[in-house]
Design a protein around this ligand. Structure first.
Ligand code: TNX
Length: 535
């Protein structure tokens, strides 16, 4: 009888124990990207109105992160969390190595401590901490929830130093508020480079003061002929600042020598004369599409091209023999470099189907020199590797393994954006309401299940500079469209970029993404509820 009582007592106490308000263990909190190491202990930390942040180390670099954290949680919790001499949220810089993005997060019952060797590391610790609290923490409405975090410790560092996303603001112009919203979400996923595709056939979206018609004319329309717009240099600098506060570097792209119709429509003196008759591709354009046009047999009439609002590509080119072309590019790169603190200028270089191959090579080599002259490193789509790349320049692999191989052969690194995996504009399946499918249908599992280091033959881990997920916007007009295509896939790509293959697991991701889904719901993000996840 006595023994029986003991057993009952044991069962009962373990039942009571399992009902403690500790909620899920740290491992089950749905952290994305998955950290290198997570260990749980038995307990909870509670964020309260009396919580305060204590900063240890350089105050100037830490206090903006404290403000960021306080802002992120203020609406949902109603707390006004301050920096104080002592506090139960400790952010401590343990070294001074800006390129070390690793961090440690220790959650104890009475204290949370984030330590790192750089402000970026502290910031990533903050992102993980935000994911550890209930998903309502990022809500922009007051929630009455106990703000509990399971205790334990996390050690974490990224696999790749360049973890990016790209937004094409040229095909459809995407305005400031939506760009900031995009940056906010990148930050939550520990992405650190934001590539802005600023120019294309359909639009020129960055003010260049020495060539004002680029935006007056070239920025006046978009795919489908909508009203569109452009960023003034002041707008652009605001984006740069907003991103920098989230440890994100802006990578601006001027796509050339192809994809330049908007520039050629703005300045006829740059136009070698392949005029596009009012969006009708059947006459002038089709015969030359995909072939090499012979300019010598054409009369070059330097007149502005027609503005273009269609979606076919490959018909436009700068005149690679013209001095004015390089004066123009020099002005553009100079002005852009002045307002771009990051080290990169993206020079495009894709799908220049009407530029002769040898002209293309000369052009890319000259443009790299210009970019270098202004102290920047060039990134270009994989085609640029058919030219001699300057040391340190980067080829962005999107379609052609052979091109990527040429870059590796020259000792240059590869930014991995394989269209079949990383393109956020691809439809999920044939029923997706927007998107393209020329590369593939990309469901969430497909976006998740690949490894940059073994994806393409001839490209190994040491050749890889990083991973980037581009969103092209031929079919994307507004925030709802962006959210539909970007979420949840950006989370999969962020984990591919941050977490080593050895820690990635689709079944675990399927479970963890549900928590992120709740967070997105709380933030009012209308993500795509793929059937691959039991939301
Ligand atoms: C190819 S990717 C392009 C873009 C299009 C995209 C659509 C690349 C370097 N060029 O111009 O927008 O496909 O998916």
């Amino acid at each position: 009888m006595k023994k029986f009582n003991v057993i009952i007592a044991l069962i009962f106490s373990s039942f009571i124990y399992s009902c403690q308000p500790s909620g899920p263990a740290l491992e089950d909190r749905g952290i994305i990207p998955i950290p290198s190491q997570v260990s749980s202990s038995n307990g909870t930390f509670e964020l309260m109105s009396s919580s305060a942040i204590q900063l240890v180390g350089d105050q100037a670099s830490l206090s903006p992160i404290a403000t960021y954290f306080a802002d992120q949680v203020s609406q949902s919790t109603g707390f006004d969390i301050q920096v104080a001499e002592t506090g139960n949220l400790v952010f401590e810089l343990t070294g001074n190595n800006p390129s070390d993005e690793s961090y440690q997060l220790e959650i104890e019952k009475e204290q949370v401590k984030i330590t790192a060797n750089s402000p970026a590391g502290i910031f990533y610790g903050v992102q993980t901490l935000l994911q550890v609290f209930p998903a309502e923490i990022l809500s922009n409405e007051r929630k009455s929830v106990a703000w509990l975090a399971p205790t334990g410790s996390i050690t974490d560092s990224p696999e790749y130093g360049y973890r990016g996303a790209m937004l094409d603001v040229a095909r459809h112009f995407i305005g400031m508020e939506d760009v900031k919203h995009f940056i906010d979400q990148m930050a939550h996923l520990k992405l650190n480079h934001f590539h802005l595709h600023l120019t294309d056939d359909q639009g020129w979206r960055i003010e260049i003061k020495s060539w004002p018609r680029l935006t007056e004319i070239g920025g006046s329309t978009e795919v489908g002929g909508g009203e569109s717009g452009f960023f003034t240099q002041e707008d652009y600098q605001e984006i740069v600042r907003y991103a920098a506060e989230r440890f994100i570097t802006i990578v601006p792209e001027i796509d050339m020598p192809g994809h330049t119709n908007a520039a050629l429509a703005s300045y006829g003196e740059l136009n070698p004369g392949i005029n596009l008759p009012d969006g009708d591709l059947s006459t002038v354009n089709k015969p030359v599409h995909g072939s090499e046009i012979d300019f010598s047999s054409k009369m070059i009439i330097r007149e502005p091209a027609e503005l273009y609002t269609g979606t076919e590509v490959g018909f436009s080119t700068f005149d690679t023999d013209l001095d004015l072309t390089y004066q123009f590019i020099d002005d553009v790169v100079r002005e852009l470099s002045e307002i771009t603190p990051g080290p990169y200028i993206h020079i495009g270089g894709d799908e220049s189907h009407v530029t002769r191959k040898d002209d293309y090579v000369v052009f890319v080599e000259k443009v790299q020199e210009i970019v270098q002259k202004y102290g920047k490193t060039s990134i270009g789509w994989d085609e640029i590797a058919t030219a001699k790349l300057l040391s340190g320049n980067i080829a962005q692999f999107w379609a052609d393994e052979e091109n990527a191989g040429l870059a590796v052969g020259q000792g240059n690194k590869i930014l991995m954006s394989p269209a079949k995996k990383a393109y956020l504009d691809m439809q999920y399946d044939s029923t997706s309401r927007i998107g393209l499918h020329w590369a593939a249908y990309i469901e969430l599992d497909s976006a998740y299940l690949w490894d940059p280091a073994s994806y393409a033959s001839g490209i190994s881990k040491s050749d890889i500079f990083g991973v980037e997920a581009p969103l092209w916007t031929e079919t994307v007009e507004n925030r709802a469209d962006i959210e539909y295509l970007v979420f949840p896939r950006l989370a999969a790509l962020a984990e591919v970029a941050w977490s080593p293959a050895s820690t990635r697991d689709w079944v675990s991701f399927q479970a963890r993404i549900k928590e992120l889904g709740k967070s997105w719901e709380n933030q009012g993000i209308d993500f795509y509820r793929t059937s691959k996840v039991n939301w």
